[in-house]
Design a protein around this ligand. Structure first.
Ligand code: FEO
Length: 170
């Protein structure tokens, strides 16, 4: 496998692992705060990030490279509100999208068209994840500090997740 591609994909493994741990920390905070629908949503989102990481691990190894399993920093543990969580989540996903775009760019520079093809799944996934986070933030903005609204929001996230356990579409 092309060394430059192997390196940049290994960097992406770290990013997906960091995402998974960050969303797990958010889920744990939400659950311990009694915001259970949001917690379920974030637990599943964390699992999805681990799947993204595994996709990369398997791809690198199957192509004759070597996927390196990283240790990661302790994620942030304290959050102020649901808006705080989803703002952070969106910022994080935008960073990940930029990293994915960089990989696609390097694939073209290195004329690695099969990795380029593989990465298209991630490109589409990032579009979905960013749209989902923006959609959720718009809802939270509308609700403001209305307690009944927040209660319904949390219940809706739970329903959304149960109706669509493997996906991230709204
Ligand atoms: Fe795997 Fe949310 O990016």
């Amino acid at each position: 496998m092309n060394k430059r591609i192997e390196e940049i994909l290994n960097k992406q493994i770290v990013a997906e692992a960091v995402s998974s741990q960050l969303y797990l920390a958010m889920a744990s905070w939400a659950e311990s705060s009694g915001i259970n629908g949001t917690a379920d949503f974030l637990y599943l989102h964390s699992d999805e990030e681990r799947e993204h990481m595994l996709k990369l691990v398997r791809f690198i190894n199957e192509r004759g490279g070597r996927a390196l399993i990283p240790s990661i920093e302790v994620p942030r543990q304290e959050f102020n509100s649901l808006t705080d969580i989803f703002t952070l989540l969106l910022e994080h996903e935008i960073k990940v999208t930029n990293m994915i775009n960089e990989i696609v760019f390097v694939c073209l520079e290195e004329k690695d068209y099969s990795t380029h093809n593989f990465m298209q799944w991630f490109v589409a996934e990032q579009l979905e994840e960013e749209a989902l986070a923006r959609n959720i933030l718009d809802k939270l903005k509308m609700i403001g500090s209305d307690k009944a609204g927040l209660y319904l929001f949390d219940r809706d996230l739970e329903t959304l997740q149960n109706a669509n356990p493997g996906g991230t579409e709204v």
